[in-house]
Design a protein around this ligand. Structure first.
Ligand SMILES: Nc1nc2c(ncn2[C@@H]2O[C@H](COP(=O)(O)OP(=O)(O)OP(=O)(O)O)[C@@H](O)[C@H]2O)c(=O)[nH]1
Length: 348
């Protein structure tokens, strides 16, 4: 699976924040309840540990709102939470039913930490719990006969496996959702959101490696006439055809998107202004020379383009887009089916 994008991270974070919030409240409340029970049973160390967890949960709950890295807070909560649980399993005199808590380890770990860290955390603490169980009850034949052990092991394994499978499919659906959100439904290219993410990735790479990055903004000429004359469906076919033609001529390292309507954006990695001008010209020539054949008609279209480069025209997408868009409209003014790489001075 590819690295999660910002969008996926935001989706996961909102789910995890809700789960962590609920867990912190439950821990704070049940910590007080169990502490009272344990004080009455004179089990002071455990009562103090539970009260400590209550105070810690309330502290984290208060700070949760402004938190940037939810994963870090979840780990900071889960390690003491599971460690107190292990302590309770170890304290002599507690009932065997306390081992029932072990079943929440895989559920909570996967929900809060995702499938990889969740699995690692689950395996660690479930193994620790198994060792404690064996140390405490190896002399109790009713708990360690093969059937009882098989029951406990299979139940624990089922909860672990189901938690892991749930998290895996949740991550996949999230990735699919994020993919849909950044894809243009008509052409299958990135849309504006996908393009923005691609720009951020390429900008960081270019700035780290000191390489060039160019942006082309390209727009079909008189596209309204195509729609008016041949109909909207033919207009759609033209958009798909142009997208395919352009994608075929670009390198794998270039990113292309439909920014909206009949406007396309192209990011050219390791490309300076002169090279970008040539690429844009080649794309315009390819589109102009290959009409779209649809519904038995050949529809000829042309493109105009504006070029901008990282550094010379700014360091963020908004600045580069503004520069390229201005040049695009100068290319349109100058007669269309052409590329403009420099801004013309405004005439007085
Ligand atoms: N078929 C189709 N048409 C679209 C789509 N999105 C936008 N359009 C049309 O694209 C046309 C754009 O028209 P204009 O903005 O006037 O631009 P133009 O006719 O290309 O003129 P210039 O850009 O000045 O060369 C409009 O008719 C929109 O309805 C789409 O997804 N499919």
């Amino acid at each position: 699976m590819p690295d999660p994008t910002e969008l996926q991270r935001r989706l996961s974070n909102s789910l995890r924040k809700n789960v962590l919030q609920a867990l912190l409240i439950m821990t704070a409340v049940s910590g007080v309840g169990f502490a009272i029970l344990n004080i009455r049973l004179n089990s002071w160390p455990l009562a103090l540990a539970e009260l400590g967890m209550t105070i810690y949960s309330l502290f984290l709950l208060k700070r949760l709102r402004g938190v940037e890295s939810l994963q870090r807070v979840a780990i900071l909560f889960l390690i003491p939470f599971f460690s107190v649980m292990m302590f309770a399993l170890w304290v002599p005199g507690t009932s065997v039913t306390i081992f029932g808590w072990v079943l929440v380890i895989p559920l909570i770990s996967h929900l809060l930490l995702g499938r990889r860290t969740g699995l690692a955390m689950s395996l660690f603490y479930m193994t620790a719990a198994s060792v404690l169980f064996w140390l405490r009850y190896q002399q109790a034949p009713e708990l360690t006969d093969p059937r009882s052990l098989a029951n406990v092991t299979v139940i624990a394994f089922c909860v672990l496996a189901l938690s892991h499978i749930y998290e895996l499919s949740r991550e996949r659906s999230e990735a699919h959702l994020a993919d849909t959100a950044r894809t243009d439904f008509l052409t299958g290219l990135n849309n504006r959101l996908g393009f923005t993410e691609a720009f951020e990735r390429e900008r960081k790479r270019a700035q780290r490696g000191g390489s060039n990055l160019a942006l082309l903004v390209m727009d079909l000429d008189h596209f309204k006439r195509v729609n008016d004359r041949y109909g909207h469906d033919c207009g759609d076919a033209v958009l798909v055809h142009v997208a395919q033609l352009m994608a075929e001529r670009l390198r794998d390292t270039d990113d292309m998107a439909r920014l909206g309507g009949e406007e396309f954006g192209v990011l050219l990695a390791n490309t300076d202004k002169l090279q970008a001008l040539k690429v844009a010209q080649a794309l315009c020539d390819a589109v102009a020379s290959q009409p779209v054949h649809t519904n038995g008609q050949a529809i000829a279209v042309t493109l105009s383009a504006g070029v901008a480069t990282l550094g010379a025209d700014g360091d963020d997408l908004a600045s580069l887009y503004a520069a390229a868009d201005e040049r695009l409209y100068q290319a349109k003014d100058a007669g269309r089916n052409r590329v403009q790489a420099d801004s013309r001075p405004l005439s007085a």
